[in-house]
Design a binder for this molecule. Structure first.
Ligand code: ADP
Ligand code: MG
Length: 696
């Protein structure tokens, strides 16, 4: 078969419908996709040991001959062992394979193989369980540096590596999009070389050259694209000029005095709004720092000038909550607050839309539906994006058309995810940043504990103690249903055993807390049911709320004093921090219990990091380190291209080189209209596909 970049994966030997579907989950459908599915790590399998010298820690390659015909034994239904002794001239090694009965025939006595696995010493025997192996004369994944890919259930690293190796034949097709002079100036390797060596590096040096080129490329296109965006913003011109209003009038609506930090940020926002230029401000403040009050203030200012505000929340649950609290706060001041979410009954939606278009609603709260097609405003002067730190630069393109009068609305992005300042500047271009670096007084820090399964009963006792004192409790589970396609035995990704939230909630109600009121909230419930579940918890009617991460952002129930997170190792650190922020919002001492059955030391360390600090910045940095910025910003929906290799936080040198290269290229050819720069333009267009009008 001749493979080109477009060859679909289902044509590859060994890929049937089922596997093709699973690969598709990773976004892999063609040979070309494989080439840009860069490894997340590498395993050095170059050194080959004798059995005697093979160290007992980590996985190693050993060359040995099968000394006998493999023995197959069926221990019980679903458990089959294949055992075989292999030898070299130094010692013997006893291999065991679980549930791979076909190996009985695949391994032949007298043949030589390379085995890759961990050697264990049991008494005087050396053993290896489930090694990967190849015949000595047909090696491709031993004796080399092996890529380690991100996987999904049912797709092993071995499979992905062998598909990628086959796809490599089309690496030569990859067009060289970086202009020759840039490659020369910055000593960048060629495209084909880089693709080959990022997957199957000849040696460390080749890998680092490959990585450098590909990371540079990502940063370079990002820089070019952002520069177009900034350029466009420069041409945006005037913003809504709003009239100042006495701040005291707003503060008198609040039931609390603002913190100094809140007050300062309010002033910054007011200065922007009355400046006559479009505001683009990111307000960063840790969970519970009181960002909502700042948004309310901004909306109140707009209403005073007869203009509208749209506040977008990431979930409907949160939109409802904002709607309620903002109505309570602002209605007395004559600000008309409205709600628009995707799942409202059609008639109600229609009414709300009409009210937005006619200007009868001053402050609209909703989900993304708010800025979707078909929603018209009369005078939309302010857009607030709550807890959507990725809402940035890219969306601004589409906003001007939304305001109803052709003037671009002011944009206020609120986030509890602290982004290192330099990073924020790159991502948001010329966005201004305000930080609420102070929590309202009287908060007690949340005590966090990492516990193992054996403490489960004690933990339930703790739940009861809290409810006895009149407090409420969240119990968070990772998934709605048992993961249907957990990895098969013997494959590399471990089987997942996620708590099924529904059955778990039932069990808790029936067996553990028959006398307490246990509620349930998950993403697959109907919006009405979600709303009912949330308000039952908010009003104290339910004492224990079993939920998925729908409660992750923003939800505010001050009487909740304990949050338990099941399978805590399945979550990212920032997410755990967000979840933890659901408690500690009132006067009561609060607790967070992270329960885990993980055996990974790394995972335990991450959890202990969280237990040891409540500093959001520190946590987010750890998260960046662990997961990479690709995850952090990598959501194509939000318009910016995904960084696969470049580490925005770590590669500052490379980043400034790439920015310099972009600047000098654009200085010579600002619209990239020269034919030689055409490939760059095409590539940027493709990467910023979600921001089509950046080139206008
Ligand atoms: P976040 O920054 O996480 O969005 P919220 O705006 O939801 O935080 O505020 C968290 C809680 O703290 C809310 O119940 C809010 O009413 C309360 N709050 C906000 N600011 C203050 C303050 N200055 N003093 C006392 N309570 C405050
Ligand atoms: Mg909030």
């Amino acid at each position: 078969m001749e493979i080109t970049g477009r060859t679909s994966l289902i044509q590859f030997p060994g890929v049937g419908e089922a596997r093709a579907k699973k690969l598709e989950k990773l976004g892999l459908t063609s040979a070309g996709d494989l080439l840009t599915w860069y490894p997340r790590d590498y395993e050095d399998r170059r050194k080959i040991y004798t059995i005697r010298d093979a160290p007992p820690e980590g996985r190693v390659c050993v060359t040995a001959m099968a000394a006998e015909h493999p023995r197959l034994s069926r221990i019980r239904k679903g458990l089959e062992l294949v055992q075989v002794k292999v030898v070299d001239d130094t010692a013997a090694l006893h291999l065991t394979f679980f549930n791979q009965s076909y190996l009985e025939r695949a391994i032949k006595a007298g043949e030589e193989y390379i085995f890759y696995g961990s050697v264990e010493v049991q008494g005087r025997r050396k053993t290896m369980v489930n090694p990967i192996f190849e015949r000595v004369d047909r090696r491709s994944f031993t004796g080399c540096i092996m890529p380690v890919y991100r996987l999904t259930a049912g797709i092993s690293n071995h499979l992905l590596a062998s598909l990628t190796r086959q796809a490599m034949t089309c690496a030569g097709e990859a067009p060289e999009t970086l202009p020759q002079h840039i490659r020369q100036e910055h000593s960048l390797a060629a495209a084909e070389f880089s693709l080959k060596n990022i997957h199957f590096p000849e040696d460390e040096e080749a890998l680092s050259l490959a990585r450098r080129r590909l990371a540079f490329e990502e940063l370079f296109y990002l820089a070019v694209g952002l520069s177009f965006l900034k350029d466009r913003r420069g041409r945006e011109g005037d913003g809504f000029p709003l009239s100042p209003r006495p701040k005291e009038d707003f503060l008198s609506l609040l039931s609390f005095a603002p913190t100094q930090a809140q007050s300062r940020v309010m002033d910054e926002v007011a200065a922007d709004l009355t400046s006559g230029h479009p505001m683009n401000r990111l307000v960063q403040g840790d969970v519970g720092s009181g960002k909502t009050a700042v948004a309310a203030y901004a909306g109140w200012l707009c209403a005073g000038s007869g203009c509208q505000t749209a506040l977008m929340a990431p979930t409907e649950v949160l939109a409802e909550q904002h709607f309620k609290s903002l109505t309570q706060l602002l209605a007395p001041a004559g600000v008309r607050v409205g709600l628009l979410t995707g799942s409202m009954p059609a008639a109600e939606k229609k009414r709300t839309r009409a009210a937005l278009a006619s200007g009868e609603i001053d402050f609209a709260v909703g989900t993304h539906a708010l800025i979707s097609e078909g929603v018209a405003f009369r005078r939309l002067a302010l857009i607030v994006a709550d807890e959507q730190h990725r809402f940035g630069v890219a969306q601004r393109a589409t906003l001007a058309a939304k305001s109803g009068v052709g003037t671009p609305p002011h944009v206020l992005v609120m986030s509890a995810t602290p982004i290192p300042r330099t990073l924020a500047l790159i991502i948001y271009g010329d966005l201004d940043v305000s930080v609420i670096d102070q929590l309202p007084p009287g908060r007690t820090p949340i005590a966090t504990y990492v516990v193992r399964e054996d403490k489960r009963q004690r933990m339930y006792g703790f739940v009861r103690k809290q409810t006895d004192e009149g407090r409420q409790v969240y119990i968070i589970c990772p998934a709605v249903e048992e993961n249907p396609d957990a990895a098969l035995p013997g494959e590399e990704s471990p089987a997942l055993n996620l708590k099924a939230v529904k059955t778990y909630a039932e069990k808790l109600q029936k067996e553990v807390f028959p006398d307490l009121r246990v509620g349930l909230l998950h993403g697959k419930m109907k919006p009405r049911e979600k709303e009912a579940a949330m308000s039952a918890f908010a009003s104290g009617e339910t004492q224990v709320l079993v939920a998925t991460t729908v409660v992750e952002v923003g939800v505010d129930v001050p009487n909740a004093s304990l949050i338990i997170i099941e399978n805590a190792d399945r979550f990212g650190l920032s997410q755990l921090h967000q979840l933890r922020g659901r408690v500690g919002r009132g006067r009561h001492p609060s607790h967070c219990v992270l329960i885990t059955g993980t055996r990974s030391r790394e995972a335990m360390e991450r959890l202990h990091t969280l237990a040891s600090t409540t500093d959001g910045f520190k946590i987010s940095e750890e998260d960046l380190k662990a997961r990479g910025p690709g995850d952090f910003f990598g959501n194509r929906q939000h318009g910016l291209p995904q960084m696969k290799l470049a580490d925005l936080a770590g590669d500052m040198r490379l980043l400034s080189e790439a920015q310099e290269a972009a600047r000098s290229l654009l200085a010579r050819d600002p619209r990239l209209s020269h034919s030689e720069n055409r490939p760059v333009l095409d590539r940027v267009r493709q990467l910023f596909a979600d921001t089509p009008d950046i080139f206008n």
